[in-house]
Design a protein around this ligand. Structure first.
Ligand SMILES: Nc1ncnc2c1ncn2[C@@H]1O[C@H](COP(=O)(O)OP(=O)(O)OP(=O)(O)O)[C@@H](O)[C@H]1O
Ligand SMILES: [Mg+2]
Length: 420
């Protein structure tokens, strides 16, 4: 008698959001409700100082935004492949390795999924971007190993990997009726990944699809970069970014880059950085700007400012209208706005790189054009990006897909046919 296949958990550990799915014993896709009823869960942890508890996902974001005393960690995936992964960071009166924080997150994912399916899960299909790190195969390999090690330490004993855009394609394939050559575009929080793949529902059940994958490309640009660029253009000037100070010199800018980069914000609060920032007053001619910078650092408003920028980005990308970045906690007299014009100006160069990478993928597949462009990932909702892709690929049908759960679903399909 054939033994039942073990359940394989597809894990999309995303820069901004994570999601999990599996194919159940009846062969049906189950996307796990990870965060309340929602499939996607913010890749965030919050270490609360007073209660010494650790919160995950939406709860973590909420606690932080409500002003609970403690430390927020977000965008951990951006540290994969970097030396920071093995460094210790202060949370409350303890210090903990970034790697161990990732392990904590994986343990929580595993616990929530097991609670949902009512049995232990040991097999994982892990998604990975085309490039964790651009132009450095050694560090890229290290990043994948780190991801696998974190899953192993969390208790998964059998691990395999699939590229995120291929997973997204496998999910899309469930909905195509005939052979289609598709460019799958996955614009997430940290990376933009592309695959040109021949989709055919009749070949869905095959484990090895290597022959159908015509090309993959990827670039390390995503929604968190857009947040940074928009923070730098809308909020940071009020703290002195690009302020022309004494002697006609521009104020040194590293503190503004740290404050507007999710995974580097904590660096701005170290004693050394705070000291450096304090001394910057001599570079400012407008001391009110410097006072605001020091307020932001002393009150540790970095994540709050960036979360407000992100909210305004999303609001503007959905409605097309300008959206105010709420920084009342810093200074009620300020009302920086994200609108179509400054968004276009701030993101133009990055979006051009993303579109170029999409075109490179089609060219690498040896094609002039594809039948369909399938969009997935949270940042694929950006109107300017959709317009740029449409202009670059006029022959293709643009399909707006499952923005958040698609990669996890595809990983589940890949896991179900993988020979562990
Ligand atoms: N409507 C929207 N318009 C623009 N951006 C959006 C919208 N909704 C979400 N985003 C952005 O999408 C990003 C998250 O997308 P997603 O969950 O696909 O990323 P991820 O899978 O976590 O990241 P990655 O795949 O790069 O590791 C965030 O940067 C978020 O700000
Ligand atoms: Mg993703």
């Amino acid at each position: 008698m054939e033994t039942a296949r073990p359940l394989v958990l597809g894990i999309d550990f995303g820069t901004s959001n994570s999601a999990c799915a599996l194919i159940d014993a009846q062969g049906a896709l189950q996307v796990i409700p990870l965060d309340g009823a929602k499939a996607e869960m913010p890749t965030a942890l919050f270490f609360a100082s007073e209660t010494h508890s650790v919160l995950f996902g939406a709860e973590a974001m909420q606690a932080y935004l409500n002003g609970t005393e403690g430390r927020l960690l977000r965008s951990l995936k951006s540290l994969m492949g970097s030396r920071l992964m093995d460094e210790y960071t202060a949370v409350g009166d303890k210090s903990i390795r970034f790697f161990d924080i990732v392990v904590l997150f994986f343990k929580e994912l595993k616990r929530r999924c097991e609670a949902h399916v009512g049995q232990p899960l040991t097999h994982a299909m892990l998604g990975r971007p085309v490039h964790f790190v651009d132009d450095d195969t050694e560090r890229d390999q290290l990043a994948q190993e780190t991801l696998g090690r974190a899953a192993t330490e969390a208790g998964f004993t059998q691990i395999a990997y699939q590229l995120e855009p291929i997973a997204a394609a496998l999910d899309y394939e469930q909905r195509v009726a005939k052979e289609t050559t598709a460019l799958v575009v996955d614009i997430g929080g940290g990376t933009s990944d592309f695959t040109v793949i021949r989709l055919n529902p009749e070949r869905s059940a095959q484990g090895d699809r290597t022959a159908d994958i015509l090309a993959t490309t990827g670039v390390h640009i995503g929604g968190t970069d857009f947040d940074r660029l928009l923070d730098l253009t809308t909020v940071m000037p009020h703290l002195g970014y690009k302020h022309v100070g004494t002697g006609g010199r521009i104020v040194p800018s590293s503190v503004f880059f740290d404050l507007s980069t999710w995974h580097l914000i904590h660096q701005a609060y170290t004693r050394k950085s705070m000291h450096f920032a304090k001394e910057l007053w001599t570079d400012y001619t407008d001391q009110a700007l410097h006072r605001r910078l020091m307020d932001a650092l002393e009150e540790q408003h970095g994540h709050r400012m960036l979360a407000s920028v992100e909210a305004a980005k999303i609001a503007c990308s959905i409605s097309g209208d300008g959206a105010v970045v709420n920084v009342d906690f810093l200074d009620r007299s300020l009302a920086p706005t994200v609108d179509a014009a400054n968004m276009e100006a701030a993101l133009h160069a990055s979006l051009a790189q993303v579109v170029q990478c999409a075109q490179d993928c089609v060219a690498a597949a040896g094609l002039q054009a594809v039948d369909a462009v399938y969009l997935t990932g949270g940042s694929s909702a950006l109107r300017t990006l959709i317009a740029a892709l449409r202009a670059a690929m006029p022959q293709a049908t643009l399909v707006e897909g499952n923005r958040f759960g698609g990669v996890a679903a595809g990983l589940a399909w890949a896991g179900a046919v993988h020979p562990y």
